[in-house]
Design a protein around this ligand. Sequence first.
Ligand code: ATP
Ligand code: MG
Length: 421
Amino acid sequence: MTTLQALRGTRDILPDEIAYWQLVETTARDILTRANYQEIRTPIFEQTELFQRGIGEATDVVGKEMYSFSDRGDRSLTLRPEGTAGVVRAYIEHNLFAAGGVQRLWYTGPMFRYERPQAGRQRQFHQIGLELLGTDAPRADAEVIALASDILQALGLKNLHLAINSVGQGDDRDRYRQALIDYFSPYQDEIDADSRDRLSRNPLRILDSKDERTQAIAQNAPSILDYLSDDSKRHFDRVCALLEQLSIPYDLNPRLVRGLDYYTHTAFEIQSDDLGAQATVCGGGRYDGLVEQLGGKPTPAVGWAIGLERLILLLQQLRDSPNPHPDYYVVSRGEQAEAQALCLTQQLRQANLAVELDLSGSAFGKQFKRASRSGAKACLVLGDAEAAEGTINLKCLESGEQESLKQSELLEVLKKKGKRQ
Ligand code: ATP
Ligand code: MG
């Protein structure tokens, strides 16, 4: 029989690693909740058409990376490759705009793209993202960037850079598209095959090519900043000025275009120096046309998504696992003692202490070794003698000091000592 294994590009997140994930999730949730963002959970699969219409046929994500399949009713479904399209569909479907004004939403969960797996790139990966819908104010762009920056800073990450650009809108984009077609056409035979393919369909995406030769040619391509209308320029200048007032450093990168078609105006990425080739931790921007494109009323919006695998890789370089230690470790031996130990452990847990109970019934020496490894500060010891007397020993694992306590007073005493720091 073949051994069953997790599929290529997917992985198990094991208990050793999970504390990092929980730290990221808690940090993001706290920061976003304080900023009045509400969590939204949308389905993991959707009609394929949602992504085709939302993300754009000419993008890599839709053209090459989607996990699409027919279900038993012959409907074409797709495992979501990103979060925004589903959130916007839900926003339209449930009239979330009827609540009036601005809607602040965030989400987290797995996303699926058929890509070549490598460090920081998987077929099932996870994102935390947010969407701020219903305002075209430059302050909204600045707010969402500031929140991404707050989350990454709260996690203690260093060596991150914010790169920002405007991809304009409507006419500016059309004129720029034409300028790129004019610029790249003479290089048709030198650029990579994908880029050649994009030349007529989606020339902006050539700027995003990872091919070295194409990148070198793209160095001298026209800059979108020279094609922005006065309105687009005003919006972008304002966003940049606000970032300065927020003391958020940024680099202007006129070649930054994002992988998804729906972006307008502001596009940005946060990259790390410590990740090698897959350096982008957070990508986002404004997408004023998407709600209308998916059948809603015209609604400006801006958002981002953070790739959690890459974030966790960075955290692992930075610190040991934030796995919590128990406050107390309970060792016991003998039938009566073991039963009492279980009951006392439960009593302490119900009083909000973190208590690990050794279930082995092995010799005290072995149990003490495990107690030390657990990281608990103190051990609670119950043998036949203590069980018969209704007492329990509290042993400090650092100093080895012991004191005998009445079981009936244990909870009170431990509460006074407080939780392990
Ligand atoms: P890339 O250029 O790295 O492929 P992208 O432009 O396709 O990124 P987005 O769609 O903007 O990425 O997604 C936002 C973030 O999600 C990325 O910056 C990255 O951190 C993460 N991400 C995207 N695809 C993957 C993947 N296949 N595996 C792991 N993380 C991913
Ligand atoms: Mg990609």
